[in-house]
Write a new protein. Structure first.
Length: 269
């Protein structure tokens, strides 16, 4: 892995598979990275993310450790550069404490209009649709497969596509969305083999069954409160547990785009 010439403080918002891949890549490039999210994220692809650090205190993703810590512990951990700190709390307090050189919004909230974040750090980067470079954010990195990882310095990325990419002939039918709001309960584990119609979880008294046979690629953590229509489960029909752990191709390419944007900004006179 190449290392950047300057070690910067980077705040990554979002602990899903994309935010985690970005944090992982920037950490290996030598940057001082902090990940911020809510205390009980609903992310499903936990084998491909740092999300379980929120629940277990610490987790490892492809050789890099992340640890949930109090905000006041982050400065020392950043200097040590041995683990990625994961923090919760009001983002304004996080910004005041960390004083990041770069803010990356990796929450990829596809159907929400993003906040204006320009000015919250010397460089702000938005991932996904609806960000506008030069208006709501400084730079956009494309998350759509057609131009994956492209750095956009003027204008917006591609609009949201209607359907997810197919895996072994299955697209949206491999997902389960919460039919009701409530607390999700499950004894399932990422990588676990499941059969079609097998009950994997429940939200209060509503059972959630696997829509097809395969392995669990995504599953919201046990005990998390979810809103109706939240994505809570994903099945990988290929049936190989090794394919649902580690950093995926799409998050990795997006992360390379973020690193390119940072290196380019700091190499300019």
């Amino acid at each position: 892995m190449t290392r950047s010439a300057v070690a910067l403080r980077v705040l990554v918002r979002g602990i899903g598979d994309i935010g985690s891949a970005v944090a992982h890549r920037l950490f290996l490039a030598g940057h001082m990275v902090v990940v911020h999210d809510v205390s009980q994220p609903t992310n499903t692809r936990r084998g491909m993310a740092f999300a379980d650090a929120m629940f277990d205190g610490r987790t490892t993703l492809t050789g890099v450790d992340a640890m949930r810590v109090n905000l006041d512990a982050t400065p020392e951990l950043l200097l040590r550069h041995s683990v990625i700190p994961v923090v919760v709390g009001e983002v304004a307090s996080v910004l005041t404490n960390i004083k990041p050189d770069v803010l990356v919004d990796a929450r990829v909230r596809k159907r929400e209009h993003p906040d204006i974040q320009r000015g919250l750090a010397p460089l702000t980067i938005g991932l996904g649709p609806n960000f506008v470079a030069g208006e709501t954010i400084d730079v956009v990195v494309e998350t759509s497969w057609e131009e994956l990882g492209r750095v956009i310095r003027h204008g917006s990325g591609l609009p949201l596509r209607g359907e997810p990419r197919e895996i072994a002939g299955h697209a949206r039918d491999r997902y389960v969305y919460a039919p009701v709001a409530g607390t999700l309960f499950t004894a399932g584990a990422i990588g676990q083999k499941v059969t079609e119609h097998e009950v994997i979880a429940r939200i209060d008294d509503t059972d959630l069954a696997a829509p097809l046979s395969g392995v669990l690629r995504g599953l919201t953590h046990d005990g998390v409160l979810v809103a109706a229509r939240t994505k809570v489960m994903e099945i990988d029909p290929r049936g190989d547990p090794a394919l649902v752990h580690g950093i995926g191709e799409r998050p990795a390419r997006i992360a390379e785009g973020v690193l390119e944007a940072i290196d380019s900004a700091w190499s300019r006179p």
